[in-house]
Write a new protein. Structure first.
Length: 106
């Protein structure tokens, strides 16, 4: 499955547009990760725990979107946009949404 943020695929013609597809992932952060992230806020540096959760959520959302496109008989998703939001009480959860247009390319 080809997944791209562009609206065309260089060297390949789009044969059919089948519609919008999306994938979502909501990941929770645990109390220990929050505690260590707050320490990093004070002393500086990157929060590896949060970065891992963010990467996992992004990969899950993209995979879910691609799976939905495949179910529609498509072999590519173009114009992909990835959005990040915090949800839940006090923003305790991270939601990642990937959306694009499912297409059939040569």
């Amino acid at each position: 499955m080809l997944v791209t943020t562009t609206n065309t695929v260089e060297g390949r013609r789009i044969l059919e547009y089948r519609g919008i597809v999306a994938g979502e992932a909501i990941m929770g952060a645990n109390v220990f990760r929050d505690f260590f992230a707050s320490i990093r806020d004070i002393v500086g540096g990157r929060s590896g725990g949060y970065e891992k959760v963010l990467a996992d959520a992004r990969e899950t959302a993209i995979a879910e979107m691609a799976e939905r496109a495949a179910e529609m008989g498509c072999n590519a998703v173009i114009g992909v946009d990835i959005d990040y939001e915090t949800v839940g009480q006090g923003g305790s959860m991270l939601m990642v949404t990937a959306a694009g247009t499912a297409v059939v390319v040569e």
